[in-house]
Design a protein around this ligand. Sequence first.
Ligand SMILES: N[C@@H](CCC(=O)N[C@@H](CS)C(=O)NCC(=O)O)C(=O)O
Length: 331
Amino acid sequence: MADLYRIFGSELSPYSVKVRAYARYKKIPHTWIPRDQRSNDEFGKYAKLPLIPLVVTPDDQAMQDSTPIIERLDTVFPEPSIHPGDPSLAFLSALIEEYGDEWGNKPMFHYRWFYEPDQQSTGERLARGMAPDLPDDQVAGLQQTIIERMVPRLSFVGSSAATKGQIEGSFLRLLAIVEAHLAHRSYLFGARPAFGDFGLAAQLWECSTDPTAGALMRGSAPRVVAWGERMLDPTSDGEFEPWDALAPTLMPLLREEVGGVFFPWSAANAEALASGQKEFTVAIEGAPFSQQTQKYHAKSLAALRARYAAVSDRSTIDPILEAAGCLRWLQ
Ligand SMILES: N[C@@H](CCC(=O)N[C@@H](CS)C(=O)NCC(=O)O)C(=O)O
């Protein structure tokens, strides 16, 4: 145990699966500890927040929050690199990672808790995962308790009957774009996984395990399903591609999803937080999208803006971001 990193997580947690995929790719000696009743005491000893993933280093340091976890581990395990050598591509990859974590989580959470079959399926899987020793005849009770706790949380991600169309529209568009992009490559930036793959694939893989979103994906986006599975334990099969090769099918993701949906929403959330509003409404695709203001998204947007500010030569990245409708949100 002494030389191992410990990853406390759940198969149903996209952020946990993301960090585990990273640890596997980097061949970081680690052990995966399901966050359940058996690991409760150990988890409680290290966790500052009741959130997974939690990573404990061999020298007993606890880390939470998947993006900073990966960034910290990357200083210790730089190879194989998850960052394209071209600084413009490295920034685009980080941008997609942020999009996956913060917006990609919306369809994941929405489909999982909005529809009855998904509520039941996820509730049962969570109940069995949390309490592996629970007799079968008591699972249904815990399942219902979990459903009752999670369904009201739809409001945290802005999912409601009013916003269902925008969230599902974004999901279907995302699937179509990524499906086309993966027609000739294994990963978003070429033949090896990048930071962006870890963020986005984890959310979509979770979707693929759920009844409603999974059926949609198997029906219209088999390459996305295969990519999600590949990203559980990714390998490098070659190099990152240059922007010219990626642009025809990656630009639509940046323009339609990152610039078209994610940035307007994230910037509105940050403004609402700054002005002390508990809820905010922003026009997404010409219709109002309302949700509770969230501190975390504002913090991660600030980190993304700092990352952009740290790109020393922006002569290549700025025209790409401008064409994608992303630049004004970063300046
Ligand atoms: N920004 C955090 C998000 C972590 C998070 O939201 N984890 C969820 C599971 S995916 C959690 O632990 N939720 C606790 C709960 O639902 O009680 C990260 O990237 O690690």
